[in-house]
Design a protein around this ligand. Structure first.
Ligand SMILES: [Zn+2]
Length: 89
């Protein structure tokens, strides 16, 4: 399911630019602070995504799909942990 942050015109424009750059055979660079790959280079054939800053409000740029999902997952875990603590209180 698409999150609200993926429905902004900025996100759509960034995603479109990413897709057309890859279609044109361009190599991109992963913007995630913690890149999981041996190199930040994203091959035109590699699955890429658009990364946001931790608040989800600012688009950072292209990233490896795996790096983006990892960042989003740890962000979700932190949010769930906060929620759990609040329920205890
Ligand atoms: Zn990466």
């Amino acid at each position: 399911m698409a999150k609200p942050q993926h429905r902004t015109p900025e996100y759509r424009a960034a995603y479109k630019a990413l897709r057309s750059a890859q279609a044109a055979g361009q190599w991109l660079s992963c913007v995630e602070p913690r890149c999981l790959k041996p190199s930040r280079a994203i091959a035109p054939t590699e699955r890429a995504s658009i990364s946001h800053d931790p608040s989800g409000a600012v688009i950072l740029g292209p990233s490896h799909l795996a790096c983006n999902l990892s960042e989003a997952a740890s962000r979700g875990n932190r949010m769930r942990a906060r929620r759990a603590r609040r329920l205890v209180l």
